[in-house]
Structures are given as C-alpha cells and as structure tokens.
Design a protein around this ligand. Structure first.
Ligand SMILES: [Zn+2]
Length: 487
C-alpha cells in the first residue's frame, strides 16, 4: 500500500470512529461509555487521546530505586539545560535571520517540519516513531524528577494528532509549584535534559553504525540501488534494478550517498566527453555537412537514425585536428560502450590512438555512463529524473542474501531521533507560551528579580518575553511555509 492510500485509509478510519463515537454517545450506550472510561480512550476530531494511571506505581518505584543517582542526574540536567538556554536563543535568532535574509533553497538551521511540505510522505513513519520515542523520553524525565522531589504523578498518556503521536505526563501542579523553586526548575528542565542526552546518544550510534554493520556490509566503497520506481526512465535490465551496486558516474567516483548526488549534479553541469578509438570513428562516421538545428546547436547527422549523435572533437593538441574531422556522426551507445576513458576535463587527454569527442545534444539532457558491479549502464536523459526515481544506500551487502534494508532503516531512524530530540529540546527550552520554557523563564526571573522589582513587574517581563518569542516563532514558521509553498 503506498503512502497516499495509507493516509486515505487512516482518514476513513477516523471518520468511522468519529461517527460511532458520536452515535453511541448520543444514545448513551452504557457499555461503550464504560469501555472509554475503563481504557482511558477519548476520540476527538482527527485525534485520539489515551490516558492511564497504570504506570504510576512503576514510575514511582523506579524513581525511588536510586535516589542518589537521580539526584545527581537531574541536577546535572538542570545546569546543562540552563547552559543550553542561551545557545538555543542564539540558534533560534540565527535561524529567523536566515529565513528572512537568505534565498529560498538554502538550508535553514532550525526549520519547522510538516509532513507533505518539507518532509517526504515516505518518511512519515520514521518521523512519527521518532516523535513518540522522543516525547516518551521527555515525559519520563519529568515523571522521574517529580518522583524524586515528592511531586504527585497523576497520570501518563498519549495524544495522536492524525498520525503524529506525542506522550504526556500529568503532575499535581499545586505541589509542583509549592516545592522549593530550584526543585520545580529541576523537574521542568528534566524533559529537555533527557532530549539532549537522547540526541547525543543517537548521534554517537549514527556515527558508529558503519563499523557495527561492517561484518555484513561494505561502507563508503560505492552505493546500492535500494529501490527504483518502475516508471523511472533508467529502470530495466539495460538500466538499473534494485540491488545494483554503483561505483562511478562518468569519471566521478561514487562512494556514498552524498557523492552519488554530487556526481549527478556534476553530470548536469558538464556534458561528458569520451576517448573514442580512431578506427571506430573512421568506420562508423556518417556525418553530413554541418548545419544548425532549430535550437541553434550544430548538427552533423541527417536525422535518419535516432541512435546517431553528432560528436564534436575536443583537442588540446593541434596534430589531432589534422588526423580527424572536427565533427563526426556516430552511434552513441556503440561508441560509448567501446570507450571506457572519459576526457571531459581539459586538457582532454586520451590514450594513444583514441581521441576526445563530446556528443552535442539538442536539449538540456545529459549522457551518463554508470559503472556498476557487473555492467555498464548508458543513460541519455535528465539526472534529476534519476535522483528522483531511485533510492540508494551507502551499504553494499557482502553476502548475496543480505539487503541494505536493515542498516538503512537504523541509520535513518537514528538520524531522525537525533534531529527530533534536539528540536524538541529547543522548542521546550525557549520561552514559548504553554511550553516548558515559559515556566523556566518565570522561575529564573522570579529567582533573579523578584526581590528587587516585585512580583507584578516580574510577571510583566515574563509576559512580554514569552509573547515576543511566541510571535517570532509564529512568524518564522509562517514565512518559512510561505516560501516553501508559494515562492
Ligand atoms: Zn516538558
């Protein structure tokens, strides 16, 4: 089932759930109401809420199991989070300036992520799973720190907004703000601290993955085609299929995912030239007098054979010019197959008896030779079509029965975990309304200024700061999406 169909199915399921929920509630269907109360489920407009007290005892037991360690752990978390706050402010301000001052295609340091807009629909699963893991770890921080400081744990739960799940924990707010201010701050900072630690662990695992998988996979020695669309112009037995191992595009070495995209963009910028055998040119040349085609480019073929292309001679050596014509009409596939050497870059040097020729193409398409493990693929078309329709992996299976699916899945998941966990830490530490940062700023201002300027002015300062930051975030998101969608 593709991603669009899956989303439609989920949409229909929500519709059915909402209908029956409304129906049973209107006719006060007792077993259904009892079921909702017993399980803690609540069905809302395209969202499902679930809450339970079942984990309270476990969390309390866990929090009390090693009080000395947790005391040290969450105190360290408090100081790290307070150090992280100015860093997050600088990162946020930098991203806002980037957003408003740089061009559309430039990557912004902190950008909102919305599935379908700047997150490929195919990666929604990674996004949702990472989000639930990051929010569980975040809430676990609040819960354990609360247990440590004797703040009552009311319930834990999860809220699924369409397909995006987040966990939450409810604490006794009156008790949370009644304990010593440093302890309140420690409980509020605990979630952010856990997200920072999770992000760091994910980055370390991400960096160690190539060595961890090195028994079964070669890494950084080429790429494997992990998926290719049936409609891809390069799909097929003469083109690429799933499992092909690619080492080179023209003369550009492919050793990982980044170099694959780098080589494709290089192909787009510079048309490849090939070292063609002298005898081959002499025997296959079918050139006619030069003419200009409709788009102003030179053409030396009569157009009768579609496989023929007009090649121009590139030479840094004047003697070559005397030996060969400046233009030759040659069957592209045949001569390229016979010409393993590429001479795209100046001085266009070739082995003895071979001469550098470049095909003149009538449009912006490119000729690519893709060197695979057991074959050479020759492709005439647009490099963007190749990058769009193929998914590749930096892992090359060493054994014939392994595919790069597992390392790719773990790599992507740890990458999402690192980014989303760090993103959650930033969103929660900054003074945005209703987020942890609002309470953090309230307590910091309270500790630093209450004695000098009084409670009222403290509240005013926090109100102004949180409103400004929230407005800045809103503007940042709105301008970002405006740029993505309309510009
Ligand atoms: Zn929190």
């Amino acid at each position: 089932m593709d991603i669009t169909t899956s989303l439609i199915v989920i949409l229909v399921l929500y519709g059915v759930l909402l209908f029956f929920d409304n129906f049973f509630k209107t006719c006060a269907h007792y077993p259904y109401i009892k079921f909702l109360e017993g399980t803690g489920f609540e069905i809302k407009f395209f969202s499902i809420k679930w809450r339970t007290k079942a984990f309270n005892r476990l969390l309390i037991r866990w929090g009390n199991s090693n009080l000395r360690f947790f005391d040290w752990w969450f105190t360290a978390g408090l100081y790290c989070t307070l150090w992280f706050l100015p860093i997050a402010i600088i990162l946020m301000l930098y991203s806002v300036f980037q957003n408003f001052l740089t061009t559309r295609d430039q990557q912004i340091l902190i950008e909102p992520v919305v599935p379908g807009v700047n997150l490929p629909a195919s990666e929604l699963g990674y996004y949702s799973c990472s989000l639930i893991v990051c929010s569980i770890i975040h809430e676990l921080g609040h819960a354990l720190a609360a247990v440590l400081d004797d703040v009552n744990l009311l319930e834990v739960g999860a809220h699924v907004f369409f397909v995006l799940p987040v966990a939450y924990v409810n604490l006794a707010t009156d008790k949370l703000f009644a304990v010593e201010r440093k302890k309140t701050l420690r409980i509020i900072c605990a979630g952010i601290w856990h997200n920072l630690v999770l992000s760091l662990i994910a980055v370390i695992i991400y960096l160690l993955l190539p060595s961890m998988f090195s028994i079964f996979f070669s890494v950084n020695k080429g790429v494997t085609v992990s998926q290719i669309g049936k409609n891809s112009p390069i799909f097929g037995h003469k083109g690429l299929v799933t499992g092909d191992v690619i080492y080179r595009i023209n003369d550009c070495k492919v050793f990982d995912e980044d170099s694959w995209y780098g080589c494709l963009s290089r192909v787009k910028k510079q048309q490849a030239a090939f070292c063609i055998n002298h005898d081959l040119i002499r025997s296959l040349d079918e050139s006619v007098p030069l003419k200009h085609s409709d788009n102003g480019k030179l053409d030396c073929c009569d157009g009768a054979k579609s496989e023929n292309f007009c090649f121009e001679h590139l030479s840094s050596n004047d003697d070559d010019v005397l030996e060969l014509p400046n233009h030759a009409c040659l069957p592209a596939r045949k001569v390229i197959e016979e010409s393993p050497n590429i001479c795209t870059s100046s001085p266009h040097s070739c082995p003895i008896n071979r001469f550098c020729f470049r095909p003149i193409l009538n449009n912006t398409a490119s000729i690519m030779t893709i060197t695979c493990r057991n074959k050479l693929v020759i492709y005439l078309g647009y490099p963007e079509d190749v990058s769009r329709s193929t998914e590749i992996s930096s892992y090359i299976p060493k054994l014939f029965f392994t595919s790069p699916f597992l390392p790719d899945l773990v790599t992507k998941f740890t990458m999402y975990l690192a980014f989303i966990s760090f993103g959650l830490a930033i969103v929660n530490v900054l003074p945005f309304v209703f987020m942890d940062g609002q309470y953090i700023s309230e307590i910091i201002v309270d500790i630093l200024l209450k004695k000098r300027i009084g409670n009222k002015k403290c509240k005013l300062i926090v109100g102004v700061v949180t409103t400004l930051f929230t407005l800045m975030l809103l503007l940042h998101c709105l301008y970002f999406f405006y740029n993505k969608i309309f510009v």
